[in-house]
Ligand binder design. Structure first.
Ligand code: NDP
Length: 411
């Protein structure tokens, strides 16, 4: 058994905590630490309510400022955990990683580190912060699995599976993320509005013809015809995994596409053009200093409050093209998740569910030694099969669609 510390107590942390509890025969003590300890308590209450602890064990809440690396290291020592699942805001990633390197504790996150004073990180995303610490992870034998949510995360494993098992040569990887669900609110983001908007305010980067290509947001759109969710319009967007996949497969074009409805695009465009997505403080006539983006976040629904009413499905997958036996070949590796099922099981909406289950699968693979690399890796550098097998068992089954039909990946 390996004991786990979960950092953050938001939508994704709720799923992580439930899934750790359901698997606490492999994972041991479960500690949840966040800025607001009441949110950790609420997660613990919801686990006890659904009685989803597999076996009796420690389930404890802690107040923590994760921007304080020494405090994180101290909590790791006090709780005796061997694995940290960091699903706090991406602003805390490097302070948490530093604490893990200092204490030799396995580290995981689900997004690239972001500097709160910058509007949007630019390529080389992982090179800005994470990979600068790779040598120190190797030297200290610290396992660090970067970006192990769904995207980045599972989609990196899908790319590796497609390239290794279905192709001789890869020419393109298109990651498509469609949320065909409905939350019933006039407007809401599905996760932290601050992070969500920051993702789309900057330049759109993609890796094509061996170079970084730049576009503006909503400039390049395409209608995809996908399993279960049908015809969906998605737009080319910058995303963490484009960088690591382009580094590991520079011969392939790597693009990320996210589905947006016209209503989201309208609201986003108005907010942006009014300056309400700015992270630069402004002064009101009354002398009050406010950060517009923080105000927008404060008035929008808390994404975790969407869960009870959310219906519909998500489809996230990789269309990977190349050649096999000299012939052009393509395969779509994907998952379908259901918002209502996620709510019934762990009290969260589908977006949090798809992001929160994968790091728990990874923690289980670290606990049994399969993924305990003793160094820093992105997900496509690991064997995807034990990971996808475990995801099949704990809530995120993988399917494959190609010229031979549409079936479970290991059928
Ligand atoms: P939330 O905003 O719901 O939760 C973030 C949590 O971090 C909150 O509980 C917040 O505390 C806590 N936090 C913020 N700053 C600190 C700090 N200084 N010290 C301690 N705790 C802090 O976000 P989500 O749960 O939706 O997302 C969590 C992470 O997952 C993000 O990094 C997000 O980008 C990533 N993500 C990844 C996906 C993927 O597929 N790869 C998909 C969706 C999200 P407080 O409650 O006090 O504000």
């Amino acid at each position: 058994k390996r004991n786990v510390l979960i950092i953050g107590a938001g939508g994704v942390a709720q799923v992580v905590a439930h899934k750790c509890a359901q698997n606490n025969d492999v994972l041991g003590d479960i500690h949840i630490a966040s800025r607001t300890s009441a949110k950790c308590d609420a997660i613990i209450d919801s686990i006890r309510e659904k009685s989803s602890l597999k076996t009796d064990g420690v389930l404890a809440a802690h107040a923590l400022d994760a921007m304080d690396s020494a405090a994180v290291a101290q909590l790791i020592r006090d709780t005796g955990v061997q694995i940290v699942i960091n699903v706090g805001s991406p602003f805390v990633n490097m302070t948490v990683l530093e604490a893990c390197i200092e204490t030799g504790t396995a580290y995981m996150d689900t997004a690239i580190h972001e500097d709160p004073t910058k509007i949007c990180e630019t390529p080389p995303w992982y090179g800005n912060y994470e990979w600068q610490r790779r040598d120190r992870c190797a030297k200290t034998g610290t396992t660090a699995i970067l970006g192990i949510g769904f995207d980045p995360g599972v989609v990196n494993a899908y790319a590796k599976l497609a390239i290794d098992d279905y192709l001789d040569e890869v020419t393109s990887i298109d990651i498509v993320d469609i949320n065909a669900g409905s939350h019933g609110r006039w407007f809401s983001t599905n996760f932290d509005p601050e992070i969500n908007f920051r993702e789309f305010t900057g330049t759109v980067y993609s890796w094509q013809n061996g170079n970084w290509q730049t576009n503006t947001m909503f400039e390049v759109g395409k209608t995809w015809d996908l399993p279960v969710v049908g015809q969906q319009k998605a737009y080319m967007t910058g995303h963490d995994e484009v960088h690591s996949l382009a580094t590991n497969y520079p011969q392939a074009d790597v693009r990320f596409w996210m589905g947006f409805g016209d209503h989201y695009i309208n609201v986003f465009t108005v907010l942006k053009n009014l300056g309400l997505l700015s992270e630069q403080p402004v002064k009101t006539a009354e002398g009050l200093e406010v950060i517009p983006l923080k105000v927008v976040k404060a008035v929008l629904p808390d994404p975790s409050s969407l869960a009870p009413d959310y219906t519909g499905k998500t489809c996230i997958g990789d269309l990977v093209k190349g050649t096999k036996d000299g012939k052009p070949t393509e395969v779509f590796v994907y998952n379908i998740a259901d918002h209502k099922d996620a709510y019934n099981e762990v009290g969260s909406q589908g977006i949090s569910y798809t992001a929160g289950v994968p790091p728990v699968a990874a923690a289980m693979l670290i606990a049994n030694g399969t993924w305990d690399t003793g160094t820093m890796v992105n997900v496509e550098e690991l064997d995807p099969k034990p990971f996808l097998t475990l995801l099949d068992q704990i809530g995120l089954p993988t399917r494959v669609k190609d010229a031979n039909g549409d079936r479970p990946w290991n059928a």
